[in-house]
Design a protein around this ligand. Structure first.
Ligand SMILES: NC(=O)c1ccc[n+]([C@@H]2O[C@H](COP(=O)([O-])OP(=O)(O)OC[C@H]3O[C@@H](n4cnc5c(N)ncnc54)[C@H](OP(=O)(O)O)[C@@H]3O)[C@@H](O)[C@H]2O)c1
Length: 280
């Protein structure tokens, strides 16, 4: 049995792909109604909360591997690691980012803290260090649909954006056959680095109207996210990441997705075409 913690962008697709492979899978969610489609396709749904260790403990029964993907709050994910160690789990696949203990971005420091806790647990594990998810662009979709424009503090910076479905495909592949991946760190990206001007050009071509990209300051970008409903702390971390992107921080691409999956990583064009309905 594989446990996937949360059914967000990566978790839900990981569960779906494991089901497709007939691998028994359980998903921990706060609200089972949100996982109804996964349950309907045969996944076990464990109602739980990462802030409530007893619910993690219940979900861990009979589990051989864990796909650890959640908002990366150290207390929550370290509870999962501790529970997995007690249950004798044989492998953890951890979704992470450019983690660093001295990053200016709190989320990357939290990831480093979680990674250190995982390393100290003695459970064999694999790190999936992903570049920005293409699905982040979906947060801009309502503004794009309404105003045919979007803005960011990423300036002209390019990013090796990866489709979260490819991150999920890698997570499912490793969770299903973990042994060769123990101790490995994979850097997951799309096929090429692209800027927001490229994003605007792809969306313009796809939607048949001009989509304009505006370069924003850090404060403008943070305020826009807060106005769109993003919690202040998350808006701060996102705007920091975009500002670093402007300076080249995300301009990295690897061959890890194709070499692990035996097929090319999805391009932004493929992503946009699959999600076109969200932008129109
Ligand atoms: N976005 C990026 O560009 C990017 C890039 C690299 C790495 N990452 C990493 O990827 C991970 C996030 O993955 P994702 O984008 O797939 O996540 P996501 O789509 O944001 O989903 C997070 C899920 O966590 C659930 N959740 C939140 N608090 C919970 C709690 N207390 N107990 C149980 N479930 C809870 C949410 O469920 P509810 O529906 O109940 O709220 C939601 O389904 C993070 O580690 C992040 O740093 C992200």
């Amino acid at each position: 049995m594989i446990l996937v913690t949360t059914a967000g962008k990566v978790g839900s697709e990981t569960v779906r792909l494991l089901q497709e492979r007939d691998v028994p899978v359980r998903v921990l969610v706060r609200d089972p109604a949100k996982a109804a489609a996964l349950a309907g396709a045969g996944a076990e749904v464990a109602k739980g909360d990462l802030d409530v260790p007893a619910t993690i403990e219940d979900a861990m029964a009979g589990v051989s591997a864990v796909v650890l993907v959640s908002p990366a709050v150290p207390a929550q994910e370290l509870s999962v690691v501790a529970s997995a160690a007690r249950a004798g789990v044989e492998h953890v696949v951890k979704a992470t980012s450019k983690a660093s203990a001295d990053s200016p971005i709190a989320r990357r420091r939290w990831q480093a803290e979680i990674e250190a806790g995982l390393a100290a647990s003695a459970i064999p594990y694999t790190l999936l260090r992903s570049n920005a998810y293409m699905q982040n662009v979906l947060a801009l979709a309502p503004a794009i649909a309404k105003t045919s424009s979007f803005g960011s503090a990423a300036g002209k910076g390019r990013s090796g954006m990866v489709d979260a479905r490819d991150v999920a495909a890698v997570a499912a592949e490793i969770a299903a056959s973990p042994a060769p991946h123990a101790g490995q760190t994979y850097w997951l990206t799309g096929p090429r680095p692209i800027s927001n001007y490229d994003v605007a050009a792809v969306l313009s071509g796809l939607l048949g109207r001009t989509i304009t990209y505006r370069e924003l300051t850090f404060e403008e970008n943070k305020d826009a996210m807060i106005r769109a409903g993003v919690p202040e702390q998350v808006a701060q971390m996102n705007a920091q990441a975009f500002s670093l992107t402007a300076d080249g921080d995300a301009e990295w691409v690897t061959e890890d997705v194709p070499s692990l999956l035996g097929r090319p990583a999805r391009s932004f064009g493929q992503f946009a075409s699959d999600y076109a309905h969200a932008f129109s």
